[in-house]
Design a protein around this ligand. Structure first.
Ligand code: HEC
Ligand code: HEC
Length: 340
């Protein structure tokens, strides 16, 4: 990257190149171009650092932003997968103002001066050095860099690579875009319906796993997770509340697999079991006494193992609401089961 190249101690690379004159001519021309660029920078010290261009931030946008900010469901219509998209801004207006970094919403979001802070998947957020690149690019007038032709098609191939090349169990990185595009318009501290419905905030990993009030995700136990029951429609009203359309089968499978594999954070670390946390599940009581197949443990310490309080003895097939606590193995000890 041109902006980070420091003045060279010697011209070693030139010797290196001259000993490889037999390499393909195209490659040789490429090396020669780089070298002449370096010489130009060496001749004008200090100029290089100010000349940040889109080239300097494009990789960062791909790595941290375009999982959500691209395509038809881009949040607020803000597409960050091309220079044109960045410049077009969101449904609220421009997000970058040439020459005015401090007044640019994109930078404010990166620094957390505007909430929710970006990337929505953070923490971690961008390093100071990376934020500085955006700052320099905006302050310098949004220079386009070398964005054209084959370079941009390489970019879009790279942008689609992360999901295609995904290996190992799904992490927060894989499911966050689903919540961001389909849920956070309501489930954020100040959403479309005012404060988050039922206090369920889905804008960050920590919020989704929060257990202060009651838990909606039990790591390793999708069937005991109200979040899964809601997107499947086992628990009503089905989510997203403004559906149909609801989530696609593929999206539901991905969220289910994410929880089954331990509701891992972006780094791949499984979430701890929220032992003792309160939980409320809705569903249909099956003939075998399960809630849509979920075993309900009746050995809650609270009632001396007598099996929780059952109001009006709901019959199989009845819609019920279960309240209980999460046990260390992820099972649910029922405190109360009632018809709903
Ligand atoms: C997990 C999905 C996700 C990721 C990743 C993400 N965003 Fe966002 N972004 C959102 C959502 C959702 C909103 C809308 C939030 C709101 O209500 O302001 C948003 C809003 C924004 C806005 C506000 C636009 C405006 O006009 O108010 C900016 C700017 C932004 N994002 C930039 C970024 C940048 C830059 C990155 C990467 C460093 C990033 N986002 C990563 C989901 C995401
Ligand atoms: C249009 C607004 C809206 C959208 C979009 C939305 N929800 Fe909801 N959500 C609500 C409302 C309202 C409730 C409370 C409904 C009730 O239970 O009576 C709710 C309740 C919930 C609950 C139950 C919380 C509890 O108390 O246990 C969960 C879980 C949930 N939503 C998850 C989601 C998920 C996941 C998505 C995205 C796939 C989503 N919601 C999209 C409005 C929304």
């Amino acid at each position: 990257m041109a902006a980070t190249i420091m003045p060279m101690p010697s011209f070693t690379p030139v010797r290196h190149v001259t000993t490889h004159l037999s390499v393909a001519a195209a490659r040789w021309r490429g090396v020669a171009l780089v070298l002449s660029g370096l010489v130009a920078q060496l001749g004008a010290p200090g100029v290089a650092s100010a000349a940040a261009s889109y080239d300097d931030v494009r990789g960062l946008l791909e790595r941290h932003c375009t999982a959500c900010h691209q395509g038809a469901n881009a949040p607020l219509g803000l597409k960050l997968d091309s220079l044109a998209g960045v410049l077009a801004g969101s449904s609220r207006g421009p997000v970058v103002k040439p020459g005015n970094a401090a007044g640019s919403e994109l930078l404010r979001r990166l620094k957390g001066q505007s909430q929710p802070r970006m990337p929505l998947t953070g923490p971690p957020f961008l390093s100071d050095a990376d934020v500085g690149l955006f700052e320099a690019w905006i302050a310098g007038g949004l220079a386009p860099g070398s964005t054209s032709g084959s370079a941009s098609s390489q970019v879009s191939a790279a942008a689609s690579a992360p999901s295609a090349l995904r290996t190992g169990p799904p992490t927060w990185r894989d499911v966050a875009p689903i919540f961001a595009t389909r849920c956070t318009k309501c489930h954020s501290p100040q959403g479309q319906m005012g404060p988050a419905p039922e206090g369920v905030v889905l804008t960050s990993y920590e919020a989704v796993l929060a257990s202060t009030d009651r838990v909606r995700v039990v790591p390793g136990r999708p069937e005991a997770s109200e979040l899964v029951r809601r997107i499947r429609g086992q628990s009503l009203p089905r989510m997203p509340f403004d559906g149909p359309p609801y989530l696609s089968d593929g999206e539901i499978d991905l969220v289910t697999a994410w929880i089954a594999a331990g509701a891992r954070d972006s780094a791949g670390t499984p979430a701890p079991m929220p032992v003792g946390a309160r939980i409320r599940l809705r569903g249909v009581l099956s003939a075998d006494g399960t809630l849509d197949g979920l075993e309900l443990s009746t050995s809650s310490g609270r009632d001396g193992g007598r099996g929780g309080r059952r109001d009006r003895s709901p019959q199989p097939g009845a819609g019920v609401e279960v309240r209980g606590t999460v046990q260390s193995d992820g099972s649910i000890a029922v405190d109360r089961l009632r018809r709903r």
